[in-house]
Design a protein around this ligand. Structure first.
Ligand SMILES: *Cc1c(COP(=O)(O)O)cnc(C)c1O
Length: 369
C-alpha cells in the first residue's frame, strides 16, 4: 500500500466486516497480481491447484497451532456465514437425537440460533436473558444444564449487546457448541468440553465469505445420510473443504491473518493480553465518567470485543458519532436494538485507535457535560 493510502485510513470500529491488520492488507496487495512462486493471482487459481492446496493445508495447520486443537477435531471452511450454522448445527447434531439440546439465549445472535434450532428438533432454553435486555450471562449452575443434552449451545460473544463468556462453560459431558463469530482467536480455547466451534471470518479472522467450523470426530457420526449434500458436515470433512469450490480468496486472507497472529503478535495468549489492555482503557473511562457514559453489559460479563454504552441522551449519541467520524473514528453507532454506542475493538484494532477513542470520549464529556 502506498504511504498515502495507509495515511488515509481511519480507525474503524465497525462490528463487521471489520478492521484487518494493515500488514495483512499490504501483503495481499503486494501478492495480488502474482502469488510468489505460483505465477498467477490467488483469485485466478484453481481450488485443486497445488498453490491453493498449500494455502488450505497451511491455514488448517496455523489454526491447529494457535488454538492447540486436538487431533480428534476436524477443521472445515464453509460458506453461508454463521447464519447457515444456526441451521447446520441442529440439522446435523439434533435430528434423530433422543434428548433436547440446551440453548443459552444470551443476546440477539443466540436468540436467532434458538429460532432456527426449533425447526429441527427439541430445544430447551436453559437461560433467557431477555428480561434484563441481555446485559449479563448465566453461570453453568444458574442455567441448570442437562449433562445428557444432545449438545449445549452458546454464543461466546454477543456482538450486539457486548456480553462475553471469559471461559468455556462446564457442561458435565454434553458437547459444547460455540458460536465464536465475533471473538474467534481473541484468546486460547479450552477444548475439554467443546464438541463444535464455528466462526464467520469477517469480525475477527478475515474477510466476509468464509466460515470456519471445528468439529469433534464422534459428532460426525450423528449426521444422517438423507441430508442435502452441502448441509452434511461429513461431506466437507471427507472432501477436505473441497466438496464444492471453497471461497479461496477469503481462506487465503485468513491465512495471512493467522500468520500475523503467530509471527507479529506472538500467539493467542499475547493477543488476549493486548485485548484485555485495550478494553480496560474504555471500561475504566466509562466507570470513571460519573455516569456520563453508562455501560450496557454488567461489569462481570463485559466483552473485550464490543464495548457498548449509552450517553445521557440520544441527541448526544448522534453528535458523538458525528464528531467521532470527523475525527477519523468510524463505525461507532450502536445496533438499533440496543441503541447508543458500540466500539468494536477486535484483534486488529491497534491500541493507538483505542487511545484515540478514549481521548475523544474525555474531551466530548468535557465539552458536552
Ligand atoms: C455476525 C454474527 C453472526 C452472523 O454472521 P453471518 O456471517 O452474517 O451469517 C452470527 N453470530 C454472531 C455472534 C455474529 O457476530
Amino acid at each position: 500500500m502506498s504511504t498515502t493510502a495507509a495515511a488515509q485510513r481511519v480507525f474503524n470500529f465497525s462490528p463487521g466486516p471489520a478492521v484487518l491488520p494493515l500488514a495483512v492488507l499490504e501483503q495481499a496487495q503486494r501478492d495480488l497480481v502474482s502469488l510468489p512462486g505460483y505465477g498467477m493471482s490467488i483469485l485466478e487459481m484453481s481450488h485443486r491447484a497445488q498453490g491453493f492446496l498449500d494455502i488450505l493445508a497451511s491455514t488448517k495447520q496455523l489454526l491447529r497451532e494457535l488454538l492447540a486443537i486436538p487431533a480428534n477435531y476436524q477443521i472445515v471452511f464453509l460458506q453461508g456465514g454463521s447464519r447457515l450454522q444456526f441451521s447446520m448445527v441442529p440439522i446435523n447434531l439434533l435430528r434423530g437425537q433422543g434428548e433436547a439440546a440446551d440453548y443459552l439465549s444470551t443476546g440477539s445472535w443466540s436468540k436467532m440460533a434458538v429460532d432456527e434450532a426449533k425447526r429441527e428438533g427439541q430445544v430447551r432454553i436453559a437461560y433467557d436473558g431477555k428480561a434484563t435486555n441481555y446485559d449479563r450471562l448465566p453461570t453453568a449452575a444458574e442455567a441448570g444444564l442437562n449433562p445428557k443434552a444432545a449438545y449445549t449451545y452458546l454464543c461466546s460473544n454477543e456482538t450486539i449487546q457486548g456480553v462475553q463468556f471469559d471461559k468455556e462453560i462446564e457442561t458435565g459431558g454434553s458437547p459444547l457448541v460455540i458460536d465464536a463469530s465475533s471473538d474467534f482467536l481473541h484468546r486460547p480455547l479450552d477444548f475439554k468440553n467443546i464438541g463444535l466451534v464455528y466462526a464467520c471470518a469477517q469480525k475477527n479472522a478475515g474477510p466476509a465469505g468464509v466460515t470456519c467450523v471445528i468439529i469433534r470426530d464422534d459428532l460426525l457420526e450423528r449426521s444422517q445420510d438423507n441430508l442435502p449434500g452441502y448441509l452434511n458436515y461429513k461431506n466437507h470433512v471427507k472432501e477436505d473443504s473441497l466438496y464444492n469450490t471453497p471461497p479461496t480468496f477469503a481462506i487465503y486472507l485468513m491465512n495471512l491473518v493467522l500468520r500475523w497472529l503467530k509471527d507479529d503478535v506472538g500467539g493467542l495468549a499475547a493477543m488476549h493480553k493486548r485485548n484485555k489492555d485495550k478494553a480496560a482503557l474504555l471500561y475504566d473511562l466509562i466507570d470513571g465518567s460519573n455516569g456520563y457514559f453508562k455501560g450496557h453489559a454488567q461489569p462481570a460479563n463485559r466483552s473485550l470485543m464490543n464495548v457498548t454504552f449509552r450517553l445521557p441522551s440520544e441527541a448526544l449519541e448522534k453528535k458523538f458519532c458525528k464528531d467521532g467520524e470527523d475525527r477519523g473514528l468510524d463505525g461507532l453507532k450502536g445496533h438499533r436494538s440496543v441503541g447508543g454506542i458500540r466500539a468494536s475493538i477486535y484483534n486488529a484494532m491497534p491500541v493507538e485507535g483505542v487511545k484515540e477513542l478514549a481521548s475523544f470520549m474525555r474531551e466530548f464529556q468535557k465539552s458536552n457535560g
